[in-house]
Design a protein around this ligand. Structure first.
Ligand code: PMP
Length: 338
């Protein structure tokens, strides 16, 4: 018989899939690491379980304890799977920019969800950073995960995601391209790959409204770079400890509109139904195309699944309301007039 003893054992070993249409202006082989194949439908399952196990080992998380985290959804899903299998309570603090689906999904897997306003300073007592910290202080036998500064996040990708990519490409990978939020994925994978072959280039995808690109280029934390944006999962208004700038060769920024459009193209042209940061990653990869030569092997990582964005980037009305659809059929009359 061949079965997993619980759902956590099915995390990882996700497929690497060649992109055939969207990147055909690039001569290099472009391969996507499709992380929606994880049981929680995102890469974050990996680091969520690693962070729980690390906290168990260090004694921060005790039997019957409560896990508390400020999460945009995917980490919450991974933590929820861990909490169910290992018998913990989970409270997720989320900001109101996140899709309703993400909140509903978290509740579906038993998490308690607290929603906070997005457009307040991180130091504001209403921000999801502040609320999650306060809940952790006030709840007995609780552990505050802090995926931004918890280095078990990066370690998960150093131990799993990086080695998988190295093995799946027979060590031939030349470039790694990935969206950056907490920084765990790029730092863990990047560090592993560069230890194997220092010539591998690592590119981060950032968004307009985030501090990473400017900080990487100038060493200056520029508050003028910070403003509200729509793209989900990438970019920050803080510098998380998990971002190891020393393994990152450069960043490129992708607009909200391009990220949304390329998320849709990925579904329609490649049949890969992935999340918003995957669209940003593909567009960013195209922006970087002069860096890739014919025999290069470029791996791009797609963090999560498209189902979480059906009411957003995959919805024509939502796209039109933001001016993201240039031409479209709105009514039956438009259809006839074409
Ligand atoms: N995309 C999505 C959809 C995410 O949830 C995250 C995590 N915030 C990222 C990209 C960025 O990954 P990381 O936190 O490892 O930098």
């Amino acid at each position: 018989m061949n079965y997993a003893h619980n759902i956590l054992e099915t995390i990882g070993n996700t497929p690497l899939v060649r992109l055939n249409e969207l990147t055909n202006e690039i001569e290099a082989l472009v391969l996507a690491k499709v992380e929606s194949f994880n049981p929680g439908n995102s890469v974050k399952d990996r680091m969520a379980i690693k962070m729980i196990e690390d906290a168990e080992t260090s004694g921060l998380l005790k039997p019957g304890g409560t896990i508390i985290e400020g999460t945009s959804g995917n980490t919450g899903m991974g933590l929820a799977l861990g909490a169910i299998v290992k018998g913990y309570r989970l409270v997720c603090v989320i900001n109101d920019k996140q899709s309703k689906e993400k909140i509903d999904i978290l509740r579906a897997v038993g998490a308690e969800v607290v929603v906070c306003p997005t457009n307040v300073e991180p130091q504001d007592p209403r921000s999801y950073y502040s609320v999650s910290k306060r809940l952790a202080e006030e709840t007995p036998n609780s552990w505050y995960v802090n995926q931004y500064d918890n280095l078990a996040n990066t370690a998960a990708h150093y131990e799993q995601t990086g080695p998988e990519i190295w093995e799946q490409t027979d060590g031939k990978i030349t470039h790694f391209v990935v969206g950056v939020g907490t920084g765990g994925t790029i730092s863990g994978v990047g560090r592993f790959l560069k230890e194997k072959n220092p010539r591998i280039k690592v590119w981060g995808i950032d968004t307009y409204g985030s501090v990473f690109k400017k900080y990487h280029e100038t060493g200056v934390f520029d508050e003028n770079e910070i403003y509200p944006y729509i793209t989900e999962g990438i970019g920050e208004d803080i510098l998380p400890k998990n971002v190891d700038f020393s393994v990152i060769d450069g960043f490129t920024k992708v607009t909200d509109k391009d990220a949304a459009i390329y998320t849709r193209k990925l579904a329609r042209q490649e049949g890969i139904f992935a999340g918003n940061s995957a669209g940003a990653a593909v567009k960013g990869l195209l922006q970087l195309k002069e860096h890739f030569k014919k025999d290069d092997i470029v791996v791009v990582l797609f963090h999560d699944h498209g189902s979480r964005y059906v009411a957003k980037m995959f919805n024509d009305d939502w796209m039109r309301d933001r001016g993201f659809l240039e031409s479209d059929i709105k009514t039956a009359a438009d259809l006839v007039s074409r």
